[in-house]
Design a protein around this ligand. Structure first.
Ligand code: KIV
Length: 261
């Protein structure tokens, strides 16, 4: 999958399926699936490292996750997330973070917000880096939002999001994630935007959807947003497997002769 194929999918109205992924073993399975794009999201901080927000993860850790995913899913278009503050310093330091992520083999990077990032986005695009924006509920601003809440309910906030999508497009971004915004707002944006729109909790009119892998696979979670659809009960399946294994160890039916040297 490459950027031109994704642009063609948008033009032809074929929906794009994106999922987050953080490790090599899972990436190898996604690689065999019909999913088009992988996001190595900074949600890794929460899902893989048990943090309560995305803020603690750094560029090196994101690069480590991205490298593992790139090796596992050579056929997919892979976007690496720029972690909190990695793009809010000097242009040199911001571009160093971009370089670290792109040199893992990722095909694009994603960064949250637009205000203050305009010069960096332009510089990235001019440097050959495909840029995906992220608007609406931007989890790196969780402390300003006061929680994981739907954004863009009021008219002024809606106008700002519409304006920011246009700015991203003008700056040369190829795509934008719209997170936790009203479906009616997304509908208008998806119809008029030149860039690829990917929704999460944003209704069905975007060019594609993204979900956190562990949410869609039904891993245990203290919070399950309304927009998550669970396609598997991994919690139950894993528990059953672990219990069956523990039972076999305790009853000494594992290992048997065939499983021994
Ligand atoms: O990090 C992430 O998983 C994300 C998605 C929720 C879009 O940014």
């Amino acid at each position: 999958m490459n950027i031109n194929q994704l642009i063609t999918m948008k033009a032809q109205g074929e929906k794009i399926a994106m999922v987050t992924c953080y490790d090599h073993a899972s990436a190898a399975i996604v690689n065999q699936s019909d999913v088009d794009m992988i996001l190595v999201g900074d949600s890794a901080a929460m899902v893989m490292h048990g943090e309560s927000s995305t803020l603690p993860i750094d560029t090196e850790t994101m690069a480590m996750h991205t490298r593992a995913v790139v090796k596992g899913a050579p056929d997919k278009f892979i976007v690496a997330d720029m972690p909190f503050m990695s793009f809010r310093k000097s242009l040199d330091s911001n571009m160093a973070a971009v370089e670290t992520l792109m040199k893992t083999g990722a095909h694009a990077v994603k960064l949250e917000g637009v205000a203050g990032n305009e010069h960096l986005i332009e510089h990235m695009v001019q440097s050959g880096v495909p840029v995906m924006g992220h608007l609406g509920l931007t989890p790196q601003s969780i402390n300003q939002f006061g929680g994981f809440k739907v954004q863009g309910r009021e008219q002024a906030a809606q106008e700002k999001i519409i304006e920011q999508v246009q700015t991203l497009s003008d700056l040369g971004a190829f795509a934008v994630v719209l997170e936790c915004v009203p479906a009616a707002l997304t509908e208008g944006i998806a119809k008029s935007a030149d860039i690829i729109t990917i929704g999460i909790g944003a209704g069905g009119s975007t060019d594609g959807q993204v979900l956190v892998m562990h949410d869609l696979l039904g891993y245990p979670s203290s919070f399950s947003p309304k927009f998550v659809r669970k396609y598997l009960n991994t919690e139950l399946l894993f528990k059953e497997a672990f219990n069956a294994y523990a039972k076999d160890v305790k009853s000494q039916s594992f290992p048997n002769d065939e499983e021994s040297y």
